[in-house]
Each structure stands twice: as structure tokens, then as C-alpha cells.
Design a protein around this ligand. Sequence first.
Ligand SMILES: Cc1cc2nc3c(=O)[nH]c(=O)nc-3n(C[C@H](O)[C@H](O)[C@H](O)COP(=O)(O)OP(=O)(O)OC[C@H]3O[C@@H](n4cnc5c(N)ncnc54)[C@H](O)[C@@H]3O)c2cc1C
Length: 436
Amino acid sequence: MSNAYDVIINGASVAGCTAALLYARQGARVALLERRSDMDAHKVLCTHYIQASAYAVMAETGLDKVLEKAGALPNTAHYWTRWGWIKPPHDGDSAHGYSVRRATLDPLLRRLAADTEGVDLKLGHAVNELLFEDGRVVGVAGTAGEEAFSLRARLVVGADGKESTVARLAGTPAEMAENGRFSYFAYFRGLPRQAGDAARVYYLEPDNAYVMPMEDDVTVIAAIVSKQRLGEFKADLEGAYLNFIRSLPEAPDIDSAERISKIIGTVNYPLISREPSGSGYALIGDAALASDPLAAVGCAWAMQSAQWLVSESAAAVTGGGEGLDAALESYSVRHGAETGPHHHLIADYAAARPFNEIEEFSFSAAARDPLMAAHFHSFGSRLMTVEEFLSPEVVAHMERVNGHGLSEEVLRQLTGEDVTGTGDEAAENEYAGATR
Ligand SMILES: Cc1cc2nc3c(=O)[nH]c(=O)nc-3n(C[C@H](O)[C@H](O)[C@H](O)COP(=O)(O)OP(=O)(O)OC[C@H]3O[C@@H](n4cnc5c(N)ncnc54)[C@H](O)[C@@H]3O)c2cc1C
């Protein structure tokens, strides 16, 4: 039984490696555990568009430079809607994230973490037990090959993905939201680029599609389709996927490109959120919140939640543990404030329903007006809050652009006349819900 660490992080993927590096830079001794034994292991089920909201943390860790050197593309996107394309004006100074395959990203990020002084990366270590003292998590136990191991630390971090072992063993309840779509994607090399390096995102109501250029002249193309069409895809995956892509408006010319992968996908991907901390432990990345892949927020929020946790708790972790409970509580509050309203809207749209009135209003305005296009893209890049996205000034501008306003009922909900100003938490939640 070793007590040589301040923090144990379970899972050496996007969230875990980011947290390990940031904690260690604050002077913490970190055990970074990963059940897979290959340094180059990567997550397969991901289309790896990293939103601009994570740019600051990538710059802080130095991952931005590492990715650029590896050919990752600074990203932006154009969005197809029934009102036409939303094309955010783009210049070299625009905020961006990166588009980069996980086969490139994961090993680079893992090495960056492992090379940081204070990080002890332990590959091939699978955690299957939490150690408790007086109801508090004080360590982990598991197996490394044939060997059993156990470790203790002030804080245990679950960075172990959607099915988080740490969350399950800690008994953290999970809130689920149904996903009304399934997704399949494949990789192509040499696909003619129709919008430069910009991704193309299709809102086909209720289906969606992505065409996302990556490094090495590779493009990932995803079909994110209402479950009502699942039978069609199950009967003939290859045919249904290719037909779906070929029938997109201004479809990518897949027949002139080389397909370099199988068609990869998942037919059932419910959204999961959990309370991000408890006694002696915290959850980051998908372990805390696995939102809809359609929104492409998972990698960014994995990095950002790591950064929120470290900024709230590093001093307590390295300073003997004093104030750790309050720090974990602050992290939970911050996590909820940063992701909650966004996830609420994402989860609602995951039902694969038709656009609601606010979506019609904002998407049509963004298709008609460059200012609103930039605003829309910033919101999708999670660079602003839901309140900023639908501020009274913005709604007034959209009204001018569209030549009509919102219905009385929706306006009342947005301006909060019937739900805000009470200081009551339930009413605040209702306000976020009112934008549906
Ligand atoms: C179809 C699809 C498309 C997506 N596309 C995008 C996209 O375009 N952009 C985007 O930002 N996000 C996307 N995502 C989401 C993204 O993949 C995740 O949000 C992201 O990988 C979360 O990172 P993480 O580090 O929290 O967890 P993970 O990447 O899942 O890593 C968890 C790690 O923990 C390890 N682990 C688990 N259990 C244990 C254990 N008991 N002991 C030791 N180690 C353990 C695992 O081996 C793994 O390395 C997509 C997801 C799907 C399903």
C-alpha cells in the first residue's frame, strides 16, 4: 500500500491526461492510471472536432503547439439549414479549436502528461475497487496484469469515461437522457474540400451530418440519423450510409476519394450526467457529463473540466488537504454553471424532434446575416452562455434580420417575466428550460 501521491487519476485519456499535467505543474504528485497497456491507445468512437472553448486550456498545457506540429487543423464550420448556409466570417484571428484524429491526439497528450515532472503514468492498471475510510474515498485498488495493487491519495479523480468505474463504485447517481439518433462515420483520404478546411455541419431536421477535414488530408464524415431510420441502416449499413452521404445537399464527392476505414458507429448513446464530486473524489470529462456526440463538446469539456477541477482544488491537494471539501464543492458548482444550460439544450435537441420556434428563429437569422452567423458559431463553439446567445439585444437583431419576432409566449419566457426574479432555484432551472 503506497501513499506517495496527492492525487490518483483513473483514466489516461483527454480529461485524465490534462488534469494530471495541470496538477503536477502545481506541484502535486500524481498517479495517472490507465487500464490499457499501450501508450498509443486511443478512443475509436469519436469524430474529434475539439471546440474553441478548449483553446485556452490547450494553450496552457502546450497541447496547441504539439497538435499544430502534428498537422492538426485549426477548425471552424459552415452549417447547412433549410434557410441556406450559415457561414461565420473567418479570419486568422478567429477563435478556434482543432480537428485532429484521436489516433494522433491521444498518444501526443498522453506523452505530454507522462513527460511532466510529478506525473507517474501507470499503464495496464485497471481500477476495480475504491478504498473508503469513514465514508470518504481515500484510494483505489485494482489489477495490473496478474498483480493486485492499491494506492492511497488525498483525492481520487474519475477520468474514466462515460461508464466511469469511480462513479459506479462511489455510488454516484447518474441522470440519463435518451438519444433519439444513432451515428455512423467513416474516414476518407483525398476528399475534395468544398469549404477549405472548414467543417460542414448539416441540420436536416431531424437528421444531421458532418464533413470534417482533419490532418493528413483525411476527412471524417458522420451520419447522425433519427432512430426511426435504424432499420434501413441495420439492413444494409454500407448502402444506407453511402446513400445518406451522397444525398446531402452539395454532397461531398466521396466517390473521388479513398475510404480508409470501416463504417464505425453506435446505435444507442444515451446522455449521462453525474454530480461531479463527492467525499474524497471528483469526476471529470465524460465521467461527469457525457453529452450528445452531435454537439461535439466532449473533448473540449473533458479538458475544461480538468482545468476547472485543478484550479479549484490544487492548493488544497498540495497543501495537506485542508479546504479540499469546499474546493470540490466549488468545482461542482462551476461545472454545473459552465455546462448545465448548454447540456440542457443539447439533451432536448437529442430527442430528434423538429426545430422549435427559437431554433427556427436563430438558425434562420444566422443564415441571413454574417453577424448572427458569427454569433451562432461562437455559441456552438461554447464560447458564450445561453443567456448571451439569446440576450435581448441579440433577439432584437434577429427580429430585424428575419422580419418577424418571436411569439408572445416564447418572448415572455425569454425575458423571464413569468419565471425569473424570484431568486428561487427551481425557477432558474425553468428559465433555462424555457428556451426549448
Ligand atoms: C460517436 C461519437 C462521436 C464523438 N465526436 C466528438 C467530437 O467530434 N468532438 C468531441 O469533442 N467529442 C466527441 N465525442 C465525445 C468524446 O469522445 C468524449 O467526450 C471524450 O473522449 C471524453 O474524454 P474522457 O477523457 O472523459 O473519457 P474517455 O476518452 O472515454 O477516456 C476514459 C479513459 O479511462 C480509461 N478507463 C476506464 N475505466 C478504467 C478503469 N476501471 N481503470 C483504468 N482506466 C480506465 C479508458 O481506458 C480510457 O482511456 C464523440 C463521442 C462519440 C460516441
